[in-house]
Design a protein around this ligand. Structure first.
Ligand code: HEC
Length: 172
């Protein structure tokens, strides 16, 4: 019975130590490993957000050519592209005339498809009688064959209202 070689575990105490290590080691490795993986997702500081916005911002930004003020803005923007990244989303609101010429004139310029023609007082008189608030509402939400925001979904409420004001002014 001298065949006790072949195993390093010779006492119950050693068995307990080995069993404990066999349990603790993989758990520790798993915890450390998961921390390593999840810690990569924890970079949500303001700086990293700014960097993400910087990377995903549109290639081009709309630069208004109206006057020198816009030029100053443009050069300031190129001097500080990081600062310009966020405000680019909240671009300067378009004027009523700009919106009208870009998004409304296609139908209201000629009176196509039953659209009341801009400046056609007879066509607009009954609509003006509805009141500006109703006209704003109809222009923003759509009305019969009039598409919501004239089909330009990116226009803000204020921009659509400004274009309605242009139509109202032309109809008076
Ligand atoms: C695709 C064509 C089309 C475009 C683009 C369009 N409209 Fe219209 N719009 C219409 C038609 C058609 C009507 C008449 C709807 C009716 O009364 O049946 C109308 C009616 C209106 C009215 C009168 C609503 C009422 O209550 O009588 C307003 C105000 C108006 N449009 C504003 C705008 C503005 C502002 C834009 C641009 C942002 C615009 N429209 C773009 C087709 C268009």
């Amino acid at each position: 019975m001298s065949e006790e070689h072949g195993t390093l575990i010779k006492t119950p105490k050693q068995l307990i130590v080995v069993a404990a290590l066999a349990l603790i080691t993989p758990v520790t490795v798993a915890i450390l490993g998961s921390q390593l993986v999840t810690s990569a997702k924890r970079i949500d500081t303001a700086e990293s957000k700014r960097l993400v916005i910087e990377r995903i911002k549109p290639v081009g930004t709309l630069v208004s050519t109206e006057g020198a003020a816009a030029d100053t803005n443009a050069s300031a923007a190129s001097a500080a592209p990081a600062a310009a990244a966020a405000p680019a989303v909240a671009a300067k609101a378009k004027t009523g005339d700009q919106v009208f010429n870009e998004s409304c004139v296609a139908c209201h310029g000629t009176g196509i498809a039953g659209a009341p023609k801009a400046g056609d007082k007879a066509a607009w008189a009954p609509r003006l009688a509805e009141g500006a608030a109703t006209l704003y509402d109809h222009a923003i939400k759509g009305f019969k064959t009039m598409p919501a925001r004239g089909g330009a979904a990116t226009l803000s409420d204020a921009e659509v209202k400004a274009a309605v004001d242009v139509l109202i002014a032309k109809a008076k």
